[in-house]
Ligand binder design. Structure first.
Ligand code: ZN
Length: 192
């Protein structure tokens, strides 16, 4: 009987560990997203690239309420001004350290030409040319990448790049680019 209980405890702990690898994500429902006008699935999974962005505008947000509003503003701009099917990024990180669901896993994004069908695009809300995101935000990005690898959406040997490495842009900001250069999978790729 005692043995049985120990086995149940170990089994339960193992299950929790297996689940614990993916962080909490603020769902589209929770930030009151509009529906995408179309959805295109990525045909080759796992994807070999992770592309990091900053939003520049909207600026840094300090509360769930402000970050959720920033998500709706971005989605509105991307859908109605840029005519994209949905918010461009796969995941977006707010100043609270919360991860907001953009397009989500295994869907083609609109965030980096030539890389949209072979990368996950992660954006930090704010302007990171001179400042770096908070420790909570950086940890959130690392956690969502780890989750992507473990669920089979991101290749285990993925290359991490800043947007400016694949397009002529200031995104993700000089300070944030310097930060991600210290991360394990950062790749010095440079394509104009
Ligand atoms: Zn960008």
């Amino acid at each position: 009987m005692c043995n049985f209980i120990i086995h149940v405890v170990i089994f339960t702990l193992t299950l929790q560990l297996a689940r614990a690898t993916c962080p909490n994500i603020v769902s589209r429902h929770d930030w009151n997203a509009s529906s995408p006008t179309s959805v295109e699935n990525i045909t080759s999974i796992p994807v070999p690239f992770v592309v990091i962005h900053h939003t520049y505008q909207p600026g840094f947000c300090r509360t769930h309420r402000a970050c959720a509003a920033a998500m709706r503003n971005m989605q509105n701009y991307h859908q109605n001004t840029r005519n994209w099917p949905d918010i461009g990024y796969h995941f977006v990180i707010g100043g609270t350290g919360e991860i907001y669901e953009g397009r989500g896993w295994d869907v083609v994004g609109t965030h980096a030409p030539n890389y949209n069908s072979r990368s996950v695009g992660i954006a930090f809300i704010g302007d990171f040319r001179e400042e770096v995101p908070t420790d909570e935000m950086l940890k959130a990005a690392k956690d969502i990448i780890k989750c992507g690898v473990e669920r089979g959406s991101i290749a285990s040997g993925y290359k991490l790049v800043g947007h400016s490495q694949v397009k002529n842009t200031l995104c993700p900001g000089a300070s944030l680019l310097e930060e991600i250069k210290t991360w394990p999978h950062w790749d010095p790729l440079k394509q104009p």
